[in-house]
Design a protein around this ligand. Structure first.
Ligand SMILES: [Zn+2]
Length: 318
């Protein structure tokens, strides 16, 4: 399905489309999970209203209930369009452009839609480590104006309301998934916790020579290999597996996120940074599928998540 085909949908078709993605086997009550439900047609009911017949529940719902689209006044067609735009733009998509292209009433509406969608894209905490093979770890800084070349000694950069830049750690499997997370500081305690909660024992960990990673090698079968950024290194290989030792994958991830940060978003508010991370993780982790499949994967993640702003403040829109 192309952007044009979505734009041509009626509101009813968009609803059917969203229902099909959420409930491939027919509607399920989001309050009690009952499948004994009745569609409430007619003028007396809001469009898409479904009644739960479970005698202990008896609640009414629509396809947006208990999803990031809940209680939104924006049409469902525009929601599907927004999911498509965010999922198909490599570097990111600005709220201003979303407002213009969808004809949304205000920048604030567009901004909150973007953040609700990012919330849907988030994969959540891991219950056990999942990454294996060659796993690269690295850090970068977001949130303020970039001023320092040495990321590890990055001093607080003042910007606007005196916010500081926030370190973001990425762990990325070569040829696999990426997970980023904003952290308070890049000390050994934080980095060890991030690596050990994400990377499986059978992996080889590859980082630069930052001391915060020291001591992690004993946790991994493949050990810990380091790359020296200050000296030009050529084609170094793991002594046993022959694996090339570099951190190019982590660097590619951050260069994509930096390009979005510098060229599209210009700022990523500290309190919202984890959702920007989710956006870049999601696109990276679904990079091998089509734009359409990526959008559908995103929409399927929308239920079960809510992000409602009761009293949005302009100052939060960054
Ligand atoms: Zn129910």
């Amino acid at each position: 399905m192309t952007l044009l085909e979505i734009a041509r949908m009626t509101e009813e078709q968009a609803r059917e489309y969203l229902e099909g993605l959420r409930w491939p086997d027919g509607p399920v009550c989001p309050h009690c999970q009952s499948t004994d439900v009745t569609r409430m047609n007619g003028e007396a009911h809001r469009p898409g209203c479904i009644q739960c017949n479970n005698s202990e529940c008896r609640q009414q719902f629509t396809v947006t209930v208990k999803s990031v689209m809940e209680s939104s006044k924006v049409s469902l067609v525009k929601w599907v369009l927004a999911f498509h735009l965010i999922c198909s733009s490599k570097k990111g998509f600005s709220a201003l452009q979303l407002q213009r292209e969808l004809g949304l009433g205000s920048y604030r509406t567009a901004w909150f839609m973007m953040h609700r969608i990012r919330h849907a894209l988030a994969e959540g905490e891991l219950t056990e480590p999942t990454m294996q093979g060659a796993v690269e770890a690295d850090e970068s800084y977001f949130g303020g104006k970039p001023r320092h070349n040495n990321k590890h000694t990055d001093a607080p950069a003042k910007r606007g309301r005196g916010t500081k830049k926030t370190p973001v750690v990425v762990l990325v499997e070569r040829n696999g998934k990426a997970r980023t997370k904003p952290v308070k500081r890049v000390n050994a305690k934080t980095l060890h916790a991030e690596v050990l909660s994400t990377v499986r024992k059978n992996a080889v960990l590859i980082t630069d020579e930052w001391p915060g990673y020291l001591g992690l090698g004993r946790h991994f079968d493949g050990g810990h290999e380091t790359v020296n950024h200050s000296e030009k290194e050529y084609a170094r290989f793991h002594p046993e597996s022959g694996l090339p030792i570099h951190s190019n994958t982590a660097e590619s991830f951050f260069s994509l996120m930096k390009r979005g940060y510098m060229g599209i978003y210009h700022t990523m508010g500290k309190q919202h940074l984890h959702r920007y991370c989710a956006e870049y993780d999601f696109r990276w982790n679904h990079r091998k599928v089509s734009d359409h499949e990526r959008m559908e994967a995103a929409i399927r993640q929308a239920p079960g998540k809510r992000l409602l702003y009761e009293t949005p403040q302009e100052k939060d829109c960054s």
